[in-house]
Design a protein around this ligand. Structure first.
Ligand SMILES: *Cc1c(COP(=O)(O)O)cnc(C)c1O
Length: 360
C-alpha cells in the first residue's frame, strides 16, 4: 500500500488513525453485530455515537450551553439559503463581505430572500486580501453580518474579526473549522461542510446561538428551519449516520492530539515551512498579501502557465496529488488541513526546491 500526500481543497485527507479505526470497526461496531452504516439511527448504539460526537465537539470548541450544535445535510451551500431564511426576518436586511466565490454565492442566495448588501469586496485584486472595515460600514439594522472566515479558493483568512457591534456575526468556517481555537461567543452562527477538516462529505455542522432559532420566514421549508433540527437533536429525519460517526472519530483524534491549541501549533508549523520557502523562492510566488494568509490553503504560481502545468504533473508522479489551483485562479494550491502531516509539507518543499533548480 502506498498512500499519497493529498493536497486537495476538499474532500481531503483524513487522519490515518481514524481510517484504521473505521476499518477495524467496519464489519462490527462494538458488539452490535453490524457496521455503523447498517444500524438504525434510533438504536441505542447510534444514539451514543451522535451524543458523544456532539459532546466531544462542544468540549474541543468550548461551545457554551446557549448554543445549539446541529448535524445537518446539504453542505455549506445549503446554509447560504438557511441563514437568510432563518435570520433575515426582523429587518429583512443583511450585510455581506465579499472575499471570494463562496462568500459571493452566499450573498447572491441571500439576495433572493431580502435586502442583502455587499459591504466590501476584494474582487478588484482576485480576492488576494481581506478588505478592511470599521463598525461604521455596517448597517445597525442588519439582521446579521456574513463572512467567509477562510477563503478556500484564494487562500485568505480573517486573522481579526470585523467589528460589527451588536449585530450577529455569521461565519462560513468550512475550510478552517477545528484548525485553531475560535471564540464561539463572538458569533451568532458558525457553519461548516465536513469534507475539508472533519469527515467525508455529507454532514454540515451548524453552531447557532439559541435565541436566533425560532424566527424563520413563513416560506421556510420544514427541513431548512433550524428549529426543526434543534427540537429533534438533529434526528428529525435520518441523519448522515456514518459521516457523523467518522466526525466523532476525528474529534477524538483532535482531543488526543492536544485539542485546538495543539492543532494550531501543528498547522502554523506546516504553513510556515511552505510560506518561508515561497518568500525566498526565485521561481514560486505566493499570491496572497502576507497579513491575510490562510493556515489551510496556500495558493502559489510560477508566473508561467506551462511551468505550472509541468509542476502539477511532476508533483502528481512524485505522490503529491491534487495540487492544481482552483479553475478560477490557476497556478497551484496546497491545502494543508489538520490531517496533513508535517512531513508531507517538508517533502513537498524539498520537491519544489528540486523543481526550481531543474527549471531555473
Ligand atoms: C467547500 C466550501 C463550500 C461549499 O461546501 P459544500 O459542502 O460543497 O456545499 C462553502 N464554503 C467554503 C468556505 C468552502 O470551502
Amino acid at each position: 500500500m502506498s498512500r499519497v500526500y493529498n493536497f486537495s481543497a476538499g474532500p481531503s485527507m483524513l487522519p490515518e488513525e481514524v481510517l484504521k479505526t473505521a476499518a477495524a470497526e467496519m464489519l462490527e461496531y462494538g458488539d452490535s453485530g453490524q457496521s455503523v452504516m447498517e444500524m438504525s439511527h434510533r438504536s441505542k448504539e447510534y444514539d451514543a455515537i451522535i451524543k458523544q460526537a456532539e459532546a466531544d465537539l462542544r468540549d474541543i470548541m468550548n461551545i457554551p450551553d446557549d448554543y445549539a450544535v446541529l448535524f445537518l445535510q446539504g453542505g455549506a451551500s445549503t446554509q447560504f439559503a438557511m441563514v437568510p431564511l432563518n435570520l433575515m426576518n426582523k429587518n429583512h436586511k443583511a450585510d455581506y463581505l465579499i472575499t471570494g466565490q463562496w462568500a459571493n454565492k452566499a450573498y447572491k442566495e441571500a439576495a433572493r430572500y431580502g435586502a442583502a448588501r455587499a459591504v466590501a469586496s476584494s474582487a478588484d485584486k482576485t480576492y488576494s486580501y481581506i478588505p478592511k472595515t470599521t463598525r461604521a460600514d455596517f448597517d445597525p439594522e442588519a439582521d446579521y453580518v456574513h463572512i467567509c472566515m477562510n477563503n478556500t479558493i484564494y487562500g485568505t483568512k480573517y486573522h481579526e474579526l470585523p467589528d460589527v457591534g451588536d449585530i450577529p456575526l455569521v461565519a462560513d468556517i468550512s475550510s478552517c473549522i477545528l484548525s485553531e481555537p475560535i471564540d464561539v461567543t463572538k458569533f451568532g452562527v458558525l457553519y461548516a461542510g465536513a469534507q475539508k477538516n472533519v469527515a467525508p462529505a455529507g454532514v454540515t455542522i451548524v453552531i447557532i446561538r439559541k435565541d436566533l432559532i425560532g424566527n424563520a420566514m413563513d416560506i421556510t421549508p420544514t427541513m431548512l428551519n433550524y428549529q426543526t433540527h434543534a427540537d429533534n437533536d438533529s434526528m428529525f429525519n435520518t441523519p448522515p449516520c456514518y459521516t457523523i460517526y467518522i466526525a466523532g472519530l476525528v474529534f477524538k483524534w483532535i482531543k488526543k492530539m492536544g485539542g485546538l491549541e495543539a492543532m494550531k501549533q501543528h498547522n502554523e508549523k506546516k504553513a510556515q515551512i511552505l510560506y518561508d520557502f515561497l518568500d525566498q523562492s526565485k521561481l514560486f510566488k505566493g499570491t496572497v498579501v502576507p497579513e491575510d494568509r490562510s493556515l489551510m490553503n496556500v495558493p502559489f504560481v510560477t508566473g508561467s502557465d506551462e511551468l505550472d502545468a509541468k509542476f502539477v504533473a511532476e508533483a502528481k508522479k512524485a505522490g503529491f496529488v491534487n495540487i492544481k489551483g482552483h479553475r478560477s485562479v490557476g497556478g497551484m494550491r496546497a491545502s494543508i488541513y489538520n490531517a496533513m502531516p508535517i512531513e508531507g509539507v517538508e517533502k513537498l518543499v524539498a520537491f519544489m526546491k528540486k523543481f526550481e533548480e531543474e527549471n531555473a
